[in-house]
Design a protein around this ligand. Structure first.
Ligand SMILES: Nc1ncnc2c1ncn2[C@@H]1O[C@H](COP(=O)(O)OP(=O)(O)OP(=O)(O)O)[C@@H](O)[C@H]1O
Ligand SMILES: [Mg+2]
Length: 236
């Protein structure tokens, strides 16, 4: 299912952050959003996730209007987020964190089966199911954050800088996982600052600067140096 945002304006209090942003995330594709700190990437993700109501514009999932729905209804519609830094609950166990991923769903048996599937897919989480989230390494926490998101079998996955703060080897693993996920068919919105790691995965690219789209198009044929120099203003 495609998530389509049109002409989104949004902000906090009186401060406008997004100004007329259009974005389409299609099934089986990764749409990467790049942009410097404070350019509005997370704000855009929060709008797509139903965590922040936009001031104007429209948001649809396969022609279903999403604006006006509550946060848990977004999750039931199949739109699930891995927030910046993962958002694992440090005081809860791995198992409890995974159960939190199924809270918005009504079919408890399906949630339990889904969690077992996560233990099979990511054995380290099964081994550590009783450990506190806060005791995991950075990489394991990100894995748990992904697994928690996958418990509800999302149609749209919103990822906010999943590589931030992770060691280079772990970043490779996380991007490998994202690539595997794409093959399973969800639409993936990937917010990143690590252009070098993320660009090879991207099908579509959007560059945000000061809340406006500076560039939008196919990733194919885009070189990292061109993208960074032209749109992010930093020479490699
Ligand atoms: N809850 C909030 N209340 C007020 N202002 C906010 C809030 N969240 C973000 N902002 C402001 O909105 C602007 C855009 O923030 P946003 O978090 O969307 O940027 P970003 O591109 O995700 O940055 P980063 O790369 O640092 O994560 C910034 O100026 C920020 O200070
Ligand atoms: Mg952010």
């Amino acid at each position: 299912m495609s998530l389509i945002a049109r002409n989104i304006t949004a902000g906090y209090g009186q401060i406008r952050v997004l100004n007329g942003v259009n974005l389409e995330v299609a099934p089986g594709q990764i749409h990467c959003v790049f942009g410097p700190n404070g350019s509005g990437k997370s704000t855009l993700l929060k709008v797509c996730a139903g965590m922040l109501r936009p001031w104007g514009g429209s948001l649809e999932l396969d022609e279903q209007n999403l604006l006006g729905l509550k946060g848990h209804q977004f999750i039931r519609s199949g739109i699930v987020t891995v927030p910046q830094s993962g958002g694992v609950f440090p005081e809860l166990s791995v198992a409890e964190n995974l159960m939190a991923g199924g809270l918005a769903l009504s079919d408890n048996a399906a949630v339990r089966e889904s969690i077992q599937a996560m233990y099979r897919r990511f054995p380290i989480l099964g081994e550590k199911r009783n450990a506190r989230g806060g005791s995991l390494s950075g990489g394991q926490r990100m894995l748990l954050a992904f697994a928690r998101a996958l418990v509800s079998e999302p149609k749209v996955l919103l990822l906010d800088e999943p590589s931030a703060g992770l060691a280079p080897l772990v970043v490779k693993e996380v991007f490998g996982l994202i690539k595997d996920l794409r093959a399973q068919g969800p639409a993936i919105l990937l917010i990143e600052q690590a252009v070098r790691d993320a660009l090879p995965l991207a099908d579509q690219v959007t560059v945000l600067a000061q809340g406006e789209v500076q560039f939008q198009g196919q990733a194919q044929g885009l070189s990292e140096a061109k993208l960074v120099e032209a749109y992010l203003g930093v020479k490699m």
